[in-house]
Design a binder for this molecule. Structure first.
Ligand SMILES: [Zn+2]
Length: 235
């Protein structure tokens, strides 16, 4: 009976029986059968004992293998998690933010819907007080649809202005600029510099007038601060 070909289940049964004290009975039974043939009694006992040892060794080896496999699996899972995490991190690093503030450093002045002598109706945007020449960035990715003096076509009150059409059907407008750095039809990314701020048009002092609109034109503005906030940008 080779150790290699022995059925592991049989070995375990032998061990279990031996542990339960039944092994002795079996051996005795086998022994009495063998008794007729003389001194062969010792053989099954020795065999059973060696089988038990073998079974135990096998079980131990099996457990060791299982532990090893589990450790390997855990290690593999851990490695997979690390790889996954690294991949997610790299994606996050590569993915540019969808929306950003149009200027980085500023003082908020006139807010949306504010009344005042400066506007024929309510204020249609959010004012960011910044020195003339401050870089103005596209608040989101899109295509320039208006760019030029006379508010890019919206009227002289805006001075030099830009309107960008975004992919989700929203438009952003930037007014009172000193220098326009994009042209109509140009694609821009979120945060890309498109102009320098100024004090052109109907402006009470150097600032960026920023609107979010539902069309390219004056009169379709929504609250830009609320819009940015709903896109994860607080000003
Ligand atoms: Zn304004």
């Amino acid at each position: 009976m080779s150790k290699r070909v022995m059925n592991p289940a049989a070995r375990i049964t032998a061990v279990a029986l031996a542990a339960a004290g039944l092994g002795a009975t079996m051996v005795a039974g086998a022994g009495s059968a063998f008794a007729a043939e003389g001194n062969a009694v010792a053989a099954p006992v020795a065999l059973t004992a060696s089988a038990a040892v073998a079974a135990q060794a096998d079980t131990q080896a099996h457990v060791a293998a299982q532990v090893k496999a589990a450790a390997a699996k855990a290690s593999a899972v851990k490695q997979a998690a690390v790889v996954k995490q690294a991949a997610a991190k790299s994606v996050a690093a590569k993915k540019a933010p969808s929306w950003v503030k149009p200027v980085t450093s500023y003082t908020l002045t006139a807010s949306y819907n504010q009344g005042g002598a400066m506007w024929s109706h309510k204020h249609s945007g959010q004012d960011f007080a910044v020195p003339v020449g401050t870089p103005v960035k596209a608040a989101g990715a899109g295509t320039v649809v208006k760019a030029g003096p006379n508010g890019g076509g919206d009227g002289p009150a805006y001075g030099n202005a830009i309107v960008v059409k975004h992919t989700n059907g929203t438009y952003s407008q930037y007014a009172h600029l000193s220098k326009i750095k994009v042209h109509v039809g140009q694609k821009v990314g979120a945060g890309q510099q498109i102009a320098l701020s100024g004090n052109t048009g109907n402006s009470s002092g150097p600032h960026l007038h920023f609107e979010i609109r539902t069309t390219p034109n004056y009169g379709s503005s929504v609250n830009p601060a609320a819009f940015l906030r709903s896109h994860g940008v607080s000003i």
